[in-house]
Design a binder for this molecule. Structure first.
Ligand code: ZN
Ligand code: MN
Length: 503
């Protein structure tokens, strides 16, 4: 029996608007005491009137367009009725049959898979978040209403995923998109991005084609709150369901299970209610919305999306796909890269034979040098110092100038690191630091010979061993000269000179 997993995702994204979805309460409750950002509207007092947050509607439309969907010309809010202590009105204002967006899709790369995949998106709608239940050490449950009424976008995909890796890559792409659009912080650990996973299995033939079109009863895994947990929960559930199939005990009921991070298993919570149980009906206190004009206005404001940017970095700059991904995964790093590369390009443009083949080679070399220093050195030092790229003192202009000094051979790799450290300390200009530290590359032959001869003079043992045939010692001599010159000696010249002096 060949089995294939069929997976769909429902993702909730918390929008970072100034105020809540239907009232004027602040939407920023991080580090705030419980039940401070509340008012009669979000506490569900009788007789109050909810007013939709325009910024939230704009954000939802922007995301809907970025996911290539159709924005509803007419839309409305509905009441989804259920009772729970974190829901003071006993209903959630959500959207039922006229969501903000429908028929979207997302195309993205999956690590380890050769081709990009495209996942269909069934719908995207706006709703309000519930409050937060906090289970105290005293065995009681407390409710913090600060979160109640926070604007959420819910994105529902078609069941188009077949592996944990695909689902994880999708969620990471969604996070990057909402950050690029500036509509959410998208931090899973803080609950700003939450995923529910729907998963079932089906039989396929040898070519991976399903034997039947209909889907089997699914398991819904609730609120899995990290990328790793999403991956683990799906892998666990595929194994669990596969065992059931192989034992001819195919799941007959749709169930809800919770992911236990501690035990690394999914656990049965309940059998699921269908949507009829929610008794959806139109929210009588909020007029229907006409979104056509707003959608048209917003359609002109979509920034470049991550996939397009990755493709452009690869084709325009010749950056490797894995490196382009690493850079673009952090919008601040992507901006920094673009600004620095345009500085380097300006420098190339100022060269006399800018269109020649030589210039193209030079451009490729420079980009390679830049990417290597950026990803292998600068990010390392920045992480070591626990500072973010955004508050780092090195400007793209200064970093570009620094790369230029390396490319021109005025700085060696070793003294380059020293200069970089200094630039991070006080944001100073690389040529100033270089002059001040006397860090410029030492390639003056007579000065180098002096240092080399002094090293040889001090190391009669090593000289004897070298002359007896232990040529690996050349590296050791090289190290001594580097030490004496504080890493400034030009490596090529130095190796050549040491060889000559040891003859
Ligand atoms: Zn409120
Ligand atoms: Mn929802």
């Amino acid at each position: 029996m060949n089995l294939q997993a069929i997976i769909g995702l429902e993702t909730h994204v918390q929008l970072k608007t100034a105020s809540k979805m239907f009232c004027g309460c602040s939407n920023h409750s991080e580090g705030v005491a419980p039940n401070v950002n509340v008012c009669p509207v979000c506490l569900g007092h009788p007789g109050v009137l909810p007013v939709p947050n325009e910024q939230a509607i704009r954000s939802a439309i922007l995301l809907g367009l970025a996911l290539d969907g159709k924005i509803a010309k007419h839309s409305k809010f509905d009441r989804k009725n259920y009772f729970y202590p974190d829901l003071p009105k006993s209903y959630q204002i959500s959207q039922f049959d006229l969501p903000i967006m429908s028929e979207g899709s997302l195309t993205f790369e999956v690590p380890g898979e050769e081709k990009t995949i495209t996942i269909g998106i069934e719908r995207l709608h706006l709703e309000e978040d519930a409050a937060k239940n906090i289970h105290g050490d005293d065995g009681k449950t407390y409710v913090d209403f600060n979160r109640g009424g926070t604007p959420l976008v819910e994105i529902v995909t078609h069941p188009h995923f077949t592996s944990a890796a695909q689902a994880k890559a999708y969620l990471q792409e969604i996070r990057l998109i909402v950050r690029t659009l500036g509509i959410s912080y998208g931090d899973m650990e803080k609950g700003q991005l939450r995923a529910d996973v729907n998963i079932s299995m089906r039989e396929v033939d040898e070519n991976g084609e399903p034997l039947s079109k209909s889907l089997n009863p699914k398991t819904e895994i609730k609120n899995v709150n990290s990328f790793k947990a999403v991956e683990r929960a799906i892998e666990y559930e595929i194994q669990r369901q596969t065992k059931l199939w192989e034992a001819d005990d195919i799941p007959r009921l749709t169930t809800t299970r919770g992911w236990s991070d501690a035990k690394q298993v999914t656990e049965l919570q309940r059998t699921k209610e269908g949507f009829a149980d929610y008794r959806y009906f139109p929210e009588p206190d909020i007029p229907p919305m006409d979104l056509a004009d707003l959608a048209d206005e917003i359609s002109h404001k979509i920034p470049e999306l991550p996939k397009a940017k990755r493709d452009r970095f690869i084709t325009e700059y010749g950056i490797k796909p894995s490196e382009a991904k690493q850079i673009i995964d952090d919008p601040a790093l992507a901006d920094f890269t673009e600004q620095a590369l345009s500085e380097l390009e300006a420098w190339l443009q100022a060269e006399p034979d800018v269109d020649s083949e030589q210039a193209t080679i030079q451009r490729q070399k420079l980009t390679k040098l830049f990417v290597s220093w950026l990803l292998n050195k600068l990010l390392g030092v920045v992480a070591e110092r626990k500072i973010g790229l955004k508050i780092m003192k090195i400007t793209p202009e200064n970093f570009a100038e620094f790369i230029k000094l390396i490319a021109e051979g005025k700085l060696t790799g070793q003294s380059g690191l020293q200069v970089l450290g200094r630039m991070l300390d006080d944001g100073s200009d690389p040529s100033d630091v270089m002059d001040e530290l006397g860090a410029s590359r030492l390639d003056d032959v007579s000065a180098l010979i002096k240092v080399i001869d002094a090293v040889i003079e001090e190391s009669s043992d090593e000289v004897a061993r070298y002359k007896a045939g232990d040529t690996k010692l050349l590296q050791w001599f090289m190290g001594q000269v580097m030490k004496e010159t504080h890493g400034k000696a030009d490596p090529d010249t130095t190796v050549r000179l040491i060889g000559e002096r040891l003859q």
